[in-house]
Design a binder for this molecule. Structure first.
Ligand code: PMV
Length: 326
């Protein structure tokens, strides 16, 4: 028998990076997801296989690569940590095969690594027969998230666990946003992968060097997110789009945008997007455009022409889901 879990990817509509400094972020789960399937082994090893063509075995503190390039361990290690965190907590020393399937582009700011950690934690919990609440799944996933980048806000595992739309703040935790109007969104992927930890560190550096400038900006970004939430709840897409535009400017100011992202943002705006900004850590990865009804295709074409890969996404309500399979 296999214990299986799926968890969604995400887009941050407003507040990335500033959320690491305690400000709120507005984030939605999207209709791209990962599935992690876990089955028992006869030995004590953890064998990880990804549909990206990467596989390897962790046994007795050693790693043996089966398939994939030099950076395969960087991809697999957080998954091992997610699994091991649950096994250690419940004092289980059994080995498992862990299969990872994903249709979320990796290292692109769409939450693939967190979705994998969340789904791994849930599947391991299921196969060792312990009941984990959503909060426990989210908290346990944070261990692996911390390994990936030292100082995560926790927004990514939260949305992968709970799904839907949430306002996330480190101290307050999650606030579910319900009965929202339908959003018309297009993601533009630069095709450039990046390291979230490096970008979070670079922002911290700028804040340390220029505290009198960056600290007020961080606070303003929090206010901006709350303005955007109100606009979204009121169905005022023009105002929401404007908040996204201002947020992109703030992200440029803290140094996390690059020309490839700015080009896609500009192309989307010229094609009529109501608002556009980078989403996630920046430095590559993706941007997100909010479209007026019926203009999604024009915006997608403009992103394509500007050298990006457009992805049409929708909000999904489902977060983590777990089941057994033969
Ligand atoms: O996972 P990414 O690369 O989309 O970045 C997550 C958002 C950050 O605010 C940059 C980091 C965090 O932990 O909140």
């Amino acid at each position: 028998m296999k214990a299986c879990s799926s968890a969604p990817g995400k887009v941050i509509l407003l507040g990335e990076h500033f959320v690491v400094f305690g400000q709120p972020a507005l984030v939605i789960a999207i209709n791209r997801q990962v599935t992690v399937k876990v089955s028992k082994r006869k030995d004590k090893a953890l064998r990880l296989v990804s549909d990206l063509g990467i596989s390897g075995i962790f046994e007795n503190e050693k790693f043996r690569l089966e398939n994939g390039g030099n950076d395969s361990k960087i991809f697999l290690e957080p998954v091992r940590i997610a699994a091991q965190t649950v096994l250690d907590k419940f004092e289980v020393s059994q080995g498992f095969d862990i299969e990872i399937y994903s249709n979320i582009p990796a290292a692109a700011g769409l939450g693939s690594s967190s979705a994998i950690s969340v789904a791994t934690v849930a599947s391991i919990g299921k196969i060792i027969d312990v009941t984990l609440s959503q909060k426990e799944i989210c908290d346990l996933s944070l261990v692996s998230e911390r390994f990936v980048h030292g100082n995560p806000s926790g927004v990514d595992p939260a949305i992968a666990t709970y799904g839907g739309a949430i306002l996330y703040q480190q101290r307050e935790g999650i606030k579910r946003l319900q009965d929202l109007p339908t959003l018309s969104l297009v993601i533009g992927y630069t095709g450039l992968t990046r390291n979230t930890g490096d970008l979070v560190g670079a922002v911290r550096g700028r804040q340390i060097r220029l505290p009198t400038i960056i600290d007020p900006l961080i606070e303003l970004a929090g206010k901006l997110t709350l303005n955007a939430v109100k606009a979204l709840q009121d169905g005022d897409f023009h105002k929401l789009g404007e908040c996204m535009d201002v947020n992109h400017g703030f992200l440029v100011a803290i140094g996390v945008s690059i020309i490839a992202l700015d080009k896609l943002v500009d192309a989307a705006k010229r094609a009529g997007a109501l608002g556009a900004k980078l989403t996630g850590a920046g430095g590559g990865g993706c941007m997100i455009a909010l479209c007026a009804q019926g203009t999604q295709e024009d915006v997608a074409n403009a992103i394509d022409k500007a050298g990006g890969t457009p992805l049409l996404v929708e909000k999904v309500e489902t977060g983590i889901q777990t089941w057994m399979e033969k």
